[in-house]
Design a protein around this ligand. Structure first.
Ligand code: MEV
Length: 435
């Protein structure tokens, strides 16, 4: 469990970015250096960047924000999100506030089990090869465990061996060995790849076949998280729509994602907006999670929604999101990138499972926010208001002047920096006269 932190910061969005960072710095107990890393001033230096990729020429910045209001498993979290798309962080924060009214998210991660694949070709009798591999299970698992004694000492390691037979493929019959390995707090790609490479010669000796691929599977369906949110219908009311009506519309909107891959792709993209932003901020491999998410969404043979929405007997809106979540809090970029390290400190998660639970809760929040807006006033109005708010703050507006400048720009359908500056100077001089 993370530390005791209050993720409710009323009016956070109205502060300047420097004031917001100060607020987060104090609440998360960040050092000056860590705060500077989040601000981007002391982020990844060129030397570190050069050691992380090839032919390096520099670094690439992304906006970093903090989603507020999150409660997951009775614990408050401030959630760092790195994303270039406007509205995502506001939407997550707002949805988290709605879910907070129903007690917050409940999320549960399974053990951190990853799958490594070993492909075996050139077999006369694949079924017999399978039987022989399963008979040598203990020896094969022992070879896997020898590759990472520290992880084994920490309670991780090889858990199981499965052998699948494909009697007909483009390359003839083949056998695929699955190593099931508990990676604990690491994402585990390196560990798994090392283990399956080490097992390959023994697999060849046992089967008499030829091993080709030795690589992890991104369909991490043994490393699942299930998050659930219950929102009292009153909390959902929006403009002319009462809460019950909004709940019903959200369920109807979800029905299209459940029925139609064209909608499911967009629906899931909205979920990944939130998930990827946290993964990027914490230095996790978002491509791996993306691959796993979409493969999981198609696991029944047809691409479908990752989440599900319904109303319960009391009329509450209830959402669930279940998906693979291969993330780590140790090793890799999470350790090297100073901003990722600081982001993890803000989040205050101690294990990969805790991070995975928060990440999936953010995905569900993002989905709720999108469906609520889409099923009522559409998303453009909210986008315009947020854009106006950013312009007002960039023009120098603070406190209640932010709201006033925003209201005028939205009313006049003109959202531009020069307009914000003009309105601000008019309003400031009016306030001075009235004083
Ligand atoms: C935009 O980035 C995401 C949405 O399209 C998601 C959705 O349609 O559910 C708004």
């Amino acid at each position: 469990m993370g530390r005791d932190i209050d993720s409710r910061i009323p009016g956070f969005y109205k502060l300047s970015s420097a004031d917001r960072l100060r607020e987060v710095e104090v609440r998360a107990g960040l050092s000056e250096k860590e705060a500077a890393a989040l601000r981007g001033l002391e982020g990844l230096d060129l030397g570190q960047a050069d050691s992380m990729c090839e032919n390096g020429v520099g670094t690439f910045g992304l906006p970093l924000g903090i989603a507020v209001n999150f409660v997951v498993n009775d614990q408050d979290y401030l959630v760092p999100m790195a994303i270039e798309e406007a509205s995502v962080i506001a939407a997550a924060s707002h949805a988290a506030k709605l879910v907070r009214e129903g007690g917050g998210f409940v999320a549960k991660a399974s053990d951190s089990l990853m799958i490594g694949q070993i492909q075996v070709l050139g077999l006369d009798d694949p079924q017999d090869a399978r039987t022989r591999l399963l008979a040598e299970r203990e020896e094969l698992l022992a070879v896997a465990n020898e590759q990472d004694p520290i992880l084994v000492e920490l309670g991780g390691g090889a858990r199981d061996l499965e052998v699948r037979v494909f009697s007909e493929t483009l390359a003839g019959p083949m056998v695929v060995v699955h190593l099931i390995f508990d990676c604990r707090d690491a994402m585990g790609a390196n560990t798994i790849n090392t283990a399956v490479e080490a097992m390959a010669p023994l697999v060849e000796r046992i089967t008499g076949g030829r091993v080709l691929l030795r690589i992890l599977s991104n369909l991490a369906d043994r490393r699942l998280v299930r998050a659930r949110a219950t929102v009292p219908s009153e909390a959902l009311a929006l403009n002319d729509f009462d809460g019950g009506e909004v709940a019903e519309r959200v369920v109807q909107a979800y029905a299209l994602a459940a029925a139609d891959p064209y909608r499911a792709a967009t629906h899931n993209k909205g979920i990944m907006n939130g998930i990827d932003a946290v993964l990027v901020a914490t230095g996790n491999d978002w491509r791996a999670v993306e691959a796993g998410a979409h493969a999981y969404a198609a696991r029944f043979g047809r691409y479908a929604s990752l989440s599900a929405w319904e109303t319960d007997a009391a009329g509450n809106l209830v959402g669930t999101l279940e998906m693979p979540m291969a993330v780590g809090v140790v090793g890799g970029t999470t350790k090297v990138h100073p901003a990722a390290r600081a982001a993890l400190k803000v989040l205050g998660v101690e294990t990969a499972q805790e991070l995975a639970e928060v990440v999936v809760a953010v995905g569900l929040a993002q989905n709720l926010a999108a469906l609520r807006a889409l099923a009522t006033e559409g998303i453009q109005r909210g986008h315009m208001e947020l854009h106006a708010r950013n312009m007002a703050i960039a023009a120098g507006a603070r406190g209640n002047l932010v709201d006033k400048v925003v209201a005028r720009m939205v009313e006049e359908h003109t959202v531009r920096l020069d307009k914000a500056e003009k309105l601000l100077s008019e309003m400031s001089s009016q306030e001075t006269i009235l004083e």
